[in-house]
Structure formats: structure tokens, C-alpha cells
Design a protein around this ligand. Sequence first.
Ligand code: UFG
Length: 339
Amino acid sequence: MKILVTGGCGFIGSHTVVELLEAGYEVVVIDDFSNSRRSVLDAIQEITGKVPFFYEGDVKKKELLRKIFREHSIDAVIHFAGYKAVGESVQQPLKYYENNLESTVHLCEVMSEFSCKKLVFSSSATVYGSPKSLPIREDFPLSTTNPYGTTKLMIENILRDLVVSDSHWSIALLRYFNPIGCHASGLIGEDPKGIPNNLMPYILKVAMGELPHLNVFGNDYDTKDGTGVRDYIHVADLARGHLKAIEYVMNTEGIDAYNLGTGKGYSVLDLVKTFEKVNHVSIPYEIRARRPGDIAICYADPSYAKEKLGWCAEKDLETMCLDAYRYVAKQAHKEEKVE
Ligand code: UFG
């Protein structure tokens, strides 16, 4: 079976490509390196001993997509490619609508032309907005608080319309909670450019001495220690979820959404303390005002994914912290050697 992975050099994409190759799938990657690095391809080869087919370019370019479909008999697509920075999406909404929507529409048009109608889409728990109760189930009302999230929800709706128009499509909408960690080899991981927005990448910069301290956004939430609670999930568990989703869409028709989370909520300070304990480093932090748009608590009810896809997360918070740090430490060591 041959799977096209858009954005296959990104954080979640690269981990999924590794899982696919190790499971014996043939993989074709398209990536424009807008938020990833070419060296990820070498790392994938080092981990798996296999090389995915690779096309450099933009998923919005239909001719490039057609070339890929002409050159490969693609059985299914996993669509990761998209912009994902919440703050930037507020500043530049049109960039987000144009890129995320157009790439998905063009991808589906070309898939349709080549009668490939099996798709796994990278959605997000952001589509639940501010949930009224917890844990969050897939049938909760959907709403968004920023343009990035709105692109995810709009794409979910576009894909639902597509399935109504043509029942041969089979689509899995995977709603990720908070992916962190990296492959146990320490060869691929999360390496955002500039000052990170998300908690774990920020902690990693503090651990490496690149930033002086963590800013904790609010300690007056109605949570056990006042800091925000999230459902952190190991990216390798998340990647495995995509393989289960591929197996599922290959054998079904229709469209459905699945939460990919652990079902457990940890506070910002839980994550900081666990990180410090397992990695024997100190993460100084300062309490700041709440970050606008943040919710107090967010964690999944992952039982639907277990029932339908036969998937559940396995790795605990300690492993997530260990693996995340191993990757940045290894990257820093490589850079030292180059210098
Ligand atoms: N936080 C800090 N300091 C930081 C960064 C984050 O205290 O420097 C806190 C936040 O206030 C929040 C928690 O850490 O309580 C997690 O924040 P993240 O930015 O890591 O993650 P979010 O839950 O805000 O958002 C993430 C993804 C979104 C996605 C959403 C889905 O970044 O893309 O999960 O629920 F939409």
C-alpha cells in the first residue's frame, strides 16, 4: 500500500512517516519546508533504513499533485500540510484561510481525479472552543476562537460536504490534543523556529539555557494548582493513531471524527516538575497574566478512537519529557560538532 503524506517532514508528519515505513507501507512525502527541515529526510532514513519518495513543493499546486498521482498509485492520503501558529493566524488571517483551505480543496480535487478517496485529516481539539464540560467527546458543540482553529473547522465541514456529495469517500478527522515528545531515537522532534508559542518547546529552550525562564500564563484558573490543564500526548502515540485511521478508512466509507488524546489532564506546573525530575534540570519560571484566548482545562475522552480505530495512547508524561529533551540535547551536540 502506498500512502501520500503531505507535510511529511513536519513534527507530527515525520513521526507518522517513520511509523508507516516501519509497518511496511510505501510512503510518498510532499513538503515545502516552510516549517520543517530537509535533514528530517536523512533522520527518517537513519531510523527506518528506508527512504520515502519525496517531492519538494506546495500542496496548493495542482500540477505537482497530479504529477505525484501519475507517478505513483496512491491508495490513501494523510494530510498534515498547513500553517499552525495560533497568534500568527490572528495577525494574518487571510494567509491562513488561503493556505489551509486552498491546499485541502486542491488536494481533494486531484484525489478525486485519480479516484483516490481515502483521506486522514489532521484536525485539532481547538475545534471544541471552550468546552462546557469534561472530558471532551466528539459530539460536543464545535466553535473556534482564532483563524487557525477556524480553518480546521471549515476543512472538517468541507470534507463532510464532500462525503455527502460522493459516498465513496472515506475520511477520518483526527482531533489532536497537545502533542509533545519525540521519537525515542532522538533523531526527529519538534524544533520550531524563533521564540516558541507552545509550552514544551518553550521549556526546552529554558532547559538548554537559550531562554532565562518560562512564563507561566496564569495561576488563578480553577485547577488544582491554578495553572492551565491540558491533555499532553506523546507524538509517537499520535503517529500510531494515523496508521489505525488508515487501516480504518481503507475498509469503510463515510466520515467521522476521533479524539487523539490520553484522557488525562496535567497542569503547566505538573509538566514543569516532571520535566525537572526526569531530566535533572531546573526550569525557573515566573507567573504572568493569563494568555488571551486560553481555556482553563482541556482533556479528551479518547474512548471513541479506542472503540472504532482500536487505538489508545500508551506513553506517560515522564517518557514524553525524557524523549523531548533527548532530541534537543542531541541537536545541540550535533551543532557543537559542526562548529
Ligand atoms: N503556557 C504557558 N507558558 C508558555 C506557553 C504555554 O504557561 O510559554 C500554558 C498555556 O497557558 C496553556 C498550556 O501551557 O495552559 C498549554 O499551552 P500550549 O500553547 O502548549 O498549547 P494550547 O493548549 O494553547 O494549544 C495547543 C496547540 C494548538 C491547538 C490546541 C488544541 O498549540 O494548535 O492545543 O487544543 F489548537
